[in-house]
Design a protein around this ligand. Structure first.
Ligand code: FEO
Ligand code: CA
Ligand code: CA
Ligand code: CA
Length: 655
């Protein structure tokens, strides 16, 4: 049975102590190598990084982007898959002080009054997005980027993208750039990631609403998702004042209506963001495709479910905001194993994506107090939670307007009675059992009782009817008020594509020495953690695997970290998270700790399990000592980076 198989595999490293410092700490017998930090050239046209390098749009377009987050490996050949592959890497957001260190910071912003220099804005746009880059390992175990123009490329917040699925070609997506509503420019704030069984990368648009403003003509989705008014995070729209902006290069970030119709302005530009975006990493010329069927919100990531021939293809995704929801997409088209990724093959992988990701049903999750759960369909004809009307009627949409449901995904989930969660971050799936794990990172807007609840659109009564929670009372799946430390939730479904599930809490985060009375999983020195975020089920075969947990909330008790645990009790439903450290559970142990100021995110291992890749995002000073981090005037220029952790003896990590 499962516990016997897991018992045969044990975590063979000594836990790393919780700590602070400008270093990556790994267990004895392991090494950590910095690989492709921000600014690494992806081709011969860009200069090497130096602390005094003044960035231009061209340099940034030909170098690795900023603030590495989710990533995945794509093999070039079966026999070299662990030493030579394409790395697809999200560059989530920018650190303006590091980007503009030699100039003393970004210039020209007066919150909408002045205009920012177009070259600076283009550089910042080019520092976002995705980096596609070949990397190789030499005979000494050292990794390096490869200058391979067949694959290496940057996808930025300006790269042309196709729209596909229900919103594509609808009135919701018409802009002056795309009068037929089938394309847009750029992908933004790409946080976690996913991949498909047919060999493509999924990058996920999370905190994109902050690059848009809409000062008039606002609609329900603008308010629900937090499109700004009066200014934006970086003021990109202000560059329109200093540039020839006839193509809307900069003014598209201001969605305030200014023409007679949507075809003449950018009122709908924000409706072309908030999606799961599919990229073919093997085909440099291919355009990214925004898969609108998987919902529109602040997508953290997207994870494929258990794959069974003849059954639907399933993806799980979550909305990382306080009291938002978990979702599942179930394809209409059953999985045909003939569509599985052929390593080394040259063919149209995005056409396979069209087959499985454009038509299907999007569901939101309801977690019941008895450990059962339901997937609630977000379709126009679904009956809302109180039974009073259809979802289309509740949302004031035409009876067949699936695009409208997608545009208003969060409101749709409100109406259907989904459970407001403690900020869903990463998910992962055990491919054998089909068990799904998801991190719920923390929630400062979780209260003890109903009387303290508040709502995103006003209101003063508890209701399931179409109003999102701003502050939500505790529920069974999110049981700690003012949840500082987060939890990992788990569920299993009776069949692929089922509309019911059984759930339990796998582990609760806690920092016991902080004095908080919340240590429900009996964590101790070797495994205390807070704000779980990254997550990856590392399948080791024969039903065995390691669940890797990454964190995003450094404190004086420890910098952010990576922990490992071999899950047992795969049949979820017991709901006893205290077993995490019992004899029934292989111990949860801290594997690595990152440098000051960082979060640890992004994770995969090479197929031979000899190298674990992680990302260090937003470090404060690092990698001091391994690379230049200060300019000649002493200003700090930290660089987010991938880190490769390997065992000195070359064997599989962790075991
Ligand atoms: Fe970009 Fe929810 O983390
Ligand atoms: Ca995250
Ligand atoms: Ca986070
Ligand atoms: Ca982050």
């Amino acid at each position: 049975d499962d516990s016997d198989l897991s018992a045969a595999m044990a975590l063979a490293f000594r836990a790393v102590a919780g700590q602070n410092g400008d270093r990556v700490s790994v267990p004895d017998g392991y090494s950590a190598q910095v690989l492709i930090p921000w600014g690494t050239p992806i081709n011969a046209s860009a200069p090497e990084f130096s602390a005094d390098l003044a960035y231009t749009p061209e340099i940034q377009a030909n170098t690795v982007g900023m603030n590495h987050d989710g990533m995945h490996n794509f093999a070039l050949a079966e026999d070299t898959a662990s030493s030579d592959f394409i790395l697809a890497l999200n560059n989530e957001y920018i650190d303006q002080s590091a980007l503009w260190a030699p100039q003393g910071g970004p210039s020209g912003r007066e919150d909408g009054e002045g205009g920012r220099p177009p070259a600076e804005v283009r550089t910042e746009i080019n520092a976002h997005g995705v980096t596609i880059m070949r990397v190789t390992r030499d005979d000494d175990g050292q990794w390096a980027p490869a200058d391979d123009t067949r694959y290496n490329r940057r996808i930025t917040s300006a790269t042309p993208c196709k729209l596909a699925g229900p919103v594509a070609g609808s009135a919701y997506a018409i802009t002056a750039y795309s009068n037929d509503g089938t394309s847009t420019r750029g992908t933004n704030n790409n946080c976690a990631n996913g991949y498909t069984p047919w060999g493509t990368y999924l990058t996920c648009e999370e905190n994109w609403p902050a690059v848009f403003r809409k000062d008039a003509g606002r609609e329900a989705d603008d308010d629900r998702l937090g499109i700004l008014t009066g200014g934006t995070r970086y003021g990109w729209e202000t560059a329109a004042k200093l540039a020839d902006d006839t193509d809307g290069e900069f003014s598209r970030f201001d969605a305030t209506p200014r023409a007679e119709t949507a075809a003449g302005d950018y009122r709908n530009e924000p409706r072309t963001f908030g999606y799961i975006v599919e990229i073919d990493p093997y085909t440099r010329e291919s355009r990214p495709v925004k898969r609108t069927a998987l919902g529109r919100f602040r997508h953290e990531g997207c994870w494929p479910g258990k794959l069974v021939a003849g059954q639907p293809v399933v993806f799980y995704t979550g909305h990382d905001s306080r009291n938002e929801y978990i979702y599942k997409f179930v394809s209409d088209t059953p999985w045909n194993p003939a569509d599985a990724h052929m390593i080394g093959g040259s063919y149209d992988r995005l056409a396979i994506g069209d087959k499985y990701m454009n038509a299907g049903t999007l569901y939101a999750a309801r977690f019941n107090a008895d450990g059962s759960g339901e997937w609630l369909p977000l379709t126009p004809d679904a009956t809302v939670a109180d039974g009073s009307q259809t979802l289309a009627s509740a949302l004031n949409l035409a009876a067949d307007d699936q695009a409208g449901v997608i545009i208003n995904t969060c409101d749709a989930a409100d109406w259907m009675g989904a459970t407001p969660m403690d900020r869903p971050e990463w998910g992962t799936v055990d491919p054998d059992s089909g068990a799904v794990y998801m991190t719920l990172t923390n929630n400062s807007d979780r209260t003890e009782d109903d009387s303290q609840a508040t709502f995103t659109e006003g209101g003063d009564a508890i209701t399931d009817n179409g109003v999102g929670y701003a502050t939500a009372p505790v529920n069974a799946a999110n049981p700690r008020a003012d949840n500082e430390n987060g939890q990992v939730i788990r569920w299993v479904e009776p069949a692929v594509g089922a509309t019911t599930f059984e759930w339990d809490i796998f582990v609760f985060g806690s920092i016991p020495q902080s004095g908080a009375d919340d240590n429900l999983s009996n964590l101790g020195a070797d495994n205390y953690f807070s704000s779980c975020d990254g997550l990856w089920y590392d399948d080791r075969g024969d039903g065995k695997g390691i669940l890797w947990i990454e964190t995003d909330s450094g404190s004086e008790y420890t910098n952010d970290q990576v922990l490992a645990v071999i899950p047992q009790n795969v049949s979820a439903g017991a709901n006893d998270p205290s077993i995490i450290n019992s004899a029934n559970q292989t111990e949860l142990k801290r594997f690595a700790v990152g440098p000051n100021g960082c979060e640890v995110t992004g994770i995969f291992a090479t197929p031979d399990k000899s190298a674990l890749f992680i990302n260090i995002q937003h470090p404060a000073n690092w990698p001091a000592g391994t690379d230049a981090t200060r300019d000649t005037q002493g200003r700090i220029r930290p660089r987010a980076s991938t880190v490769v952790i390997q065992k000195t003896d070359g064997g599989p990590v962790a075991v």
